[in-house]
Design a binder for this molecule. Structure first.
Ligand SMILES: [Zn+2]
Length: 72
């Protein structure tokens, strides 16, 4: 599988594949896809796999009583 080489030009708000923007010639930055999209089409499957909501899942969550307090 080929990894995405998608590049993004902030100036033009355009995506492209080359190292430079074909519109303005500026260097483009690599646009790594977000690990989890807000829409997250895989979210339901992932939660099912992790059995979100089960007791084991609750136990695996970081607890605020485990030293996550502010110094106040
Ligand atoms: Zn551009």
């Amino acid at each position: 599988m080929v990894r995405s080489k998608l590049q993004y030009c902030k100036a033009c708000d355009l995506y492209g594949l080359g190292p430079k923007c074909k519109e303005c010639g500026e260097m483009m930055v690599s646009s790594a896809p977000l690990k989890y999209s807000p829409e997250d089409p895989q979210g339901k499957r992932r939660r099912e796999r992790e059995q979100a909501g089960s007791e084991d899942w609750v136990d695996s969550l970081p607890s605020p009583s485990d030293g996550g307090r502010n110094d106040e």
